[in-house]
Every structure is written in C-alpha cells, then in structure tokens.
Design a protein around this ligand. Structure first.
Ligand SMILES: [Zn+2]
Length: 193
C-alpha cells in the first residue's frame, strides 16, 4: 500500500518538527498536511510539473541535467519556489517511486529558509546538488526507518555526510543554520558534481 497519504504527510511534518524544532527560528510555524497535494501523473502532477518545475528549475539544473528534458514521471515530488515558506505547496507524484521518506524530504524543502531554498538552489551550478545533499542528510537522520528506506540523491548524500560527519558536529550546526536560518557557511565543499 502506498505510503503517500495525507495521514503520513501529517506524521512526516510531526517527525521533522520533533527532530529539528530547536534549530528552526523562534516562533516558526510548521506547515499542516493540507499543504501537500497528491496527484497521479495524468490527474494533475504532469501539468503542475510542466508549469512550475520546468519553468523555474530547469535553468538551475542545467549543470546537472544539461539540456536533457526532465520528465515528470521521474520526479517523486517537489515544492513550489515561493520565498515565504507559508506560501509553498508540496506536490507529490502518486505514480512515482516515493515513500514516507519522500514526505519528510519535501517537508524539509517546504520549511527551508528562503536564502537556502529557493534562492541558493536557483543559483545553479553545484547549488542544486548541495541543496539536495543537505536536505537528504537531514531526511535520513529523522529516524532509522526513514534512513534505511532512502536511496535518493545517494552520491550527494554521501558527499554531505563525509563533510558534516556526525550529528552535533560544528559543520552539522553550520548546515542547520544554513538550511533553517539562511546563514551560508564561509566554507562548504564544491565537489558535489
Ligand atoms: Zn529535494
């Protein structure tokens, strides 16, 4: 049975809140499950992907994908690039390979500081890889079960983990301050691609 449900979205949001509340800005309001929109490819996901994802992210992803056309079928979900986190919508592809961890991953994009996502992401070059590596690191650390059932962005996750090391390290704190508070570290590895 698919794990891509509104009930699991609520659980994913709660898991992220429990894990990272102390790292978020004071008074940060977590999204609720209604911010998730679940669509089959033909039932709307392809349409929103074409209109939002390709228009906004294709240029940023040029270094990774080149001019290759990215199809909606290969995308498990994405978050609209609104600057204010309260305006972001999380689209999930019910025909994709996503699982509960996808809901956690997308929740992290949805609560990221605007200077990390979408602004830094949209710089292009290495940036999308760095953003996905960091988001995936934090996704896999929310629980052992989530970590064991993830394989997305494996190389970028491993690059991030080898740089950050264990949770609680100085670099881990820098990473948290970047994604959740928009404070970009002075030094971060540039060999993600
Ligand atoms: Zn992502």
């Amino acid at each position: 049975m698919s794990e891509l449900t509104a009930e699991n979205a609520a659980r994913a949001i709660q898991l992220v809140k429990l894990k990272y509340a102390a790292m978020l800005p004071a008074n940060f309001v977590m999204p609720d499950k209604d911010r998730f929109k679940f669509y089959t490819l033909a039932g709307g996901f392809d349409t929103v992907f074409q209109s939002i994802y390709i228009k906004t992210f294709r240029k940023a992803n040029n270094a990774i994908f080149g001019d290759e056309k990215i199809g909606a079928a290969g995308i498990n979900g994405f978050v609209t690039p609104d600057v204010d986190p309260r305006d972001r919508i999380i689209y999930i592809n019910l025909d994709g390979a996503g699982n509960f961890g996808t809901l956690v991953h997308e929740t992290l994009h949805a609560i990221s500081h605007a200077d990390f996502y979408p602004r830094y992401y949209c710089v292009g070059g290495q940036a999308p890889a760095v953003v996905e590596g960091i988001t995936e690191y934090l996704t896999r650390k929310t629980s052992l079960t989530v970590g064991m059932n993830r394989s997305s962005y494996e190389d970028w996750y491993l690059t991030t983990e080898s740089w950050v090391g264990a949770e609680g390290s100085t670099r881990h704190q820098q990473m948290a301050n970047w994604i959740f508070r928009g404070q970009m570290p002075a030094v971060w590895p540039g060999n993600y691609l």
